[in-house]
Design a protein around this ligand. Sequence first.
Ligand SMILES: [Zn+2]
Ligand SMILES: [Zn+2]
Length: 283
Amino acid sequence: MDLAEFEYSGIKIQGYSEGGVRTSIIWPNLDLAIDMGNTYPGQTRYKNLLLTHSHLDHFSGVPYYISQRSLQRLEPPNIYFPKEIHKDLVELFKIYSRLEDFEYKLNLIPLEFGETIVLNKQYSFAAHQTFHRVPSQGYTIYETKIKLKPEYNNLNQAEILLLKEKGLEISQSIIQPVFSFSGDTKIEYILEHEDVRKSKVLFLECTYIDSKKDVEHARLWGHTHLFEIAEHADRFENEKLVLLHFSPRYSYKFIRDQIQKFLPKHLSERIEFFFPKKASIKK
Ligand SMILES: [Zn+2]
Ligand SMILES: [Zn+2]
């Protein structure tokens, strides 16, 4: 399968995203996937699955993912999701398990907004509210870095060693939002969450990009329009803004042209696309 790829300071993210068709993102370094709107070989190997919402273009691969991991006797996956859909998911997977006539092994973990889940020493994540037509949430991945306290910045190696030997606490941990993933949402996701605007990389849905499907239409269906991103261009503090979930009605070329046309340069020069690698820009 021809996946999209995005790399940021040595961290690779892969996947695909077409609005209303399928969206799935994997982050191999972290043993983590976000949404599963389809399946392809190898996708079932990631142990943590973060679900933004239950629309099938983000969800249809989930029963297969659980089934395959159970069959292959892989560790039960940790599946995180908006807490409102907990009961339905329990029932749904119980029915699938019955239909397949074997036991599904999985950990269902409903998340409160803002609740932090630690993945390892370096990374953790939290869910933030999104604004869609069904219960939904986006995810922000945080990096913890150990840094020297600012008051010791001027010391040399030997002096630092001396303080350490004296048992002084000379370092502190700094937590930064590194990646945010919107899932499907109206523009309020950006306006309401500072950590999302400050994430070094933001994967943001941009389902509609022209006046044939205007802002009103986008808002009615719980999505973000390019014109709203343009209107709020000054709010984005991200180093990279990766746009995805475009409606399949648009060609890659038209998408690139609209971005150039409607976004101010200070934002358009930070835009990346999550297109399949072999996507021809002429198409
Ligand atoms: Zn969608
Ligand atoms: Zn949706």
